[in-house]
Design a protein around this ligand. Structure first.
Ligand code: PLP
Length: 411
């Protein structure tokens, strides 16, 4: 037999698999509500105007070249990205307790961060447990064991009947987690449910985290997409960082700057206020993160980091970005209102309030697997089998058709 004869087919990615099926569909009126990528009201990918301008400046600069970046990425990017999420007045940053490295977008940050934890614990009697929300972005479940931390545990997150956060279930499950467990939390715009804790609920979560001495790992892939405001969407992260506890954070510029394929994000390790000698530990942590990255992919790509630094580091560009980002969030909000109104108007049975209550890119509609399959085969409308709809895939021209198709599926 040949060397590769024994290779068997891997299961299709639940999200990207939907897109493959969509691409293979030859029906001209097909609609994709699967992948979480922003689309304009003409259903086209969107390059933010500020990003285009900064890219132009990058190439107009005679000093631009294609040399390697350092292992931990572009220094200006590291500084600006962590200021963006932790805030200009963050004590953790001014104390030198935040160690930020550039990563291959949010996925890469999660992978490097969890691999760092697995290594750091390698000599301990046991590895920490990693808790992920139920449900969550599918990749969390796969990154945890690949990083060497074993199967992820889940904690309750979605309240089945209300479509909101099951706070009591969440707190009870975290109260049962052993000290030192890692807890993955979506900073805002939870994927796939679109349900976020209120600030008061985040305080309750923080209390349990402190009491049980858990280590939060915030995954922030949608800063600005939930409320349209970058600072409002960072409130959960800042609450935890200001508490002075140990934590990690992954940050992605895929969605909020529309830089999906540029693979630009960051990982931050925040040292608690109890850290004995902050500069020594911060230096050691950075060196260990670099030791994870170097054999994995050596160093990150430069272009996306330069774009982000060019947007965040220039007040005019930053203001332009805020507006363009708010515009994306607004269009998604408009689609929520339009879809809910169309479902009410055409008399689709059920309460669709959750569509306008949920935030961020997705709506967790409550449609069943069978409904989703019916929508695909009968109406050429594609979404993930859990009934998650990417709201940015809707346009003013398609929203009525989608509402009528949902009615047909539900009846
Ligand atoms: N985390 C969540 C919850 C996501 O939804 C995504 C993207 O869909 C990511 C992280 C990371 O995406 P990327 O690696 O493209 O930054």
């Amino acid at each position: 037999p040949a060397f590769f004869d024994g290779v068997t087919l891997a299961p299709a990615d639940p999200i990207l698999g939907v897109n493959e099926a969509y691409l293979a569909d030859e029906y001209p009126g097909k609609i994709s509500l699967g992948v979480g990528a922003y689309r304009t009201d003409q259903c086209l990918p969107y390059v933010l105007p500020v990003v285009k301008r900064v890219e132009q400046q990058i190439w107009d600069d005679p000093k631009t070249n294609h040399e390697y970046l350092p292992i931990d990425g572009l220094p200006a990017f590291q500084r600006l990205a962590s200021n963006l999420i932790f805030g200009e007045n963050s004590d953790a940053i001014s104390d030198g307790r935040v160690v930020t490295v550039q990563t291959l977008s949010g996925s890469g940050a999660l992978r490097v961060g969890l691999t760092f934890i697995a290594r750091f614990y390698a000599d301990a009697p046991s590895l920490p447990l990693v808790y992920i929300p139920s449900p969550t972005w599918n990749n969390h479940r796969d990154i945890v064991p690949d990083a060497g931390l074993g199967e992820a545990r889940t904690f309750r997150y979605l309240h089945a009947t209300s479509g909101g956060v099951d706070l009591a279930g969440l707190l009870a499950d975290l109260a049962d987690a052993p000290a030192g467990s890692i807890v993955i939390l979506h900073g805002c715009a939870h994927n796939p449910t679109g349900a976020d804790p209120t600030l008061a609920e985040w305080s309750d979560i923080l209390s349990i985290v402190r009491e049980r001495r858990l280590v939060p790992f915030f995954d922030v892939a949608y800063q600005g997409f939930a409320s349209g405001d970058l600072d409002v969407d960072a409130a959960s992260v800042r609450l935890f960082a200001d508490a002075g506890i140990d934590m990690l954070l992954s940050q992605s510029f895929a969605k909020n700057m529309g830089l999906y394929g540029q693979r630009i994000g960051s990982l931050s390790v925040v040292l608690s206020k109890r850290t004995a000698v902050v500069p020594v530990t911060a230096k050691a942590v950075r060196s260990q993160l670099k030791a994870v990255i170097r054999p994995m992919y050596s160093s990150p790509p430069a272009h996306g980091a330069r774009i982000v630094a060019g947007v965040l580091g220039n007040p005019v560009n930053y203001r332009a970005w805020q507006q363009e980002l708010a515009g994306m969030a607004r269009r998604i909000g408009d689609m929520r209102i339009a879809l809910k109104a169309a479902l009410d108007a055409n008399g689709t049975p059920g309460d669709w309030t959750r569509i306008i209550k949920q935030r961020g890119m997705f709506s967790y509609t409550g449609l069943s697997k069978a409904h989703v399959a019916y929508l695909r085969t009968t109406h050429h409308i594609y979404m993930t089998s859990d009934g998650r709809v990417s709201m940015a895939g809707l346009t003013s021209l398609t929203v009525q058709r989608v509402a009528d198709a949902i009615k047909d599926a539900v009846l």
